[in-house]
Design a binder for this molecule. Structure first.
Ligand code: URA
Length: 182
């Protein structure tokens, strides 16, 4: 199976009640990317356009990617939860669980070597015993072939100038780490 077929199957899925009031946002990018970025859930712009990280947080993510010479097309970008929660509230554990099979299939097909959870919701799925404030900006080996490199959610930095620099620093560390992979 390839990821295009998976996305086609996903478009008609109704297994998460958020789908009653929101549009599906599956993910996009390179189909065999070695780096996969995983956010929390779509926001308003993402819901409108059906694409991940295309609002204000997405613009900042683009800047961060370009700071380490990466383009969106080089990586794969998706979210844990595939539909926008009402008024951008935090996704519930149930919603994360309901959407999780899709993320697992995306990972199984794309086979990234480096998974970058953006924020605590995505981090929790991969490393349950750490917090984002302790784990961000560092490589955590998950298996022989997969490393998790958590980074704070770019949306958090939109209202907190100090965090902006911290995100640039984490991306710099990610860029250095990527030079050691492959
Ligand atoms: N925040 C997320 O976590 N994901 C998006 O796609 C956009 C904003």
């Amino acid at each position: 199976m390839d990821i295009t077929l998976l996305e086609t199957q996903f478009q008609t899925w109704k297994g998460c009640p958020l789908s009653e009031k929101a549009n599906p946002v599956f993910g996009e990018g390179h189909f065999s990317a070695s780096v996969m970025f995983i956010g929390e859930a779509p926001g308003e712009q993402e819901d409108k356009l059906g694409r991940p990280f295309v609002g204000a947080a997405g613009k900042f993510l683009d800047e961060l990617l370009s700071s380490i010479n990466l383009k969106r097309e080089d990586v794969y970008i998706t979210n844990v939860v595939k539909y926008r929660p009402p008024a951008n509230r935090d996704p519930t554990d149930l919603e994360k669980d309901q959407c999780m099979p899709w993320l697992k299939l995306q990972i199984a097909l794309i086979k990234p070597h480096v998974i970058v959870p953006l924020g605590r919701h995505a981090l929790g799925h991969f490393l349950s015993k750490v917090t984002i404030s302790n784990a961000h900006g560092k490589a955590h080996r998950l298996t022989d072939s997969v490393t998790v490199f958590p980074i704070c959610h770019p949306a958090a930095a939109l209202h907190n100038g100090g965090l902006r620099q911290a995100l640039y620093d984490d991306f710099k560390a990610l860029g250095e780490f990527l030079k050691t992979v492959n």
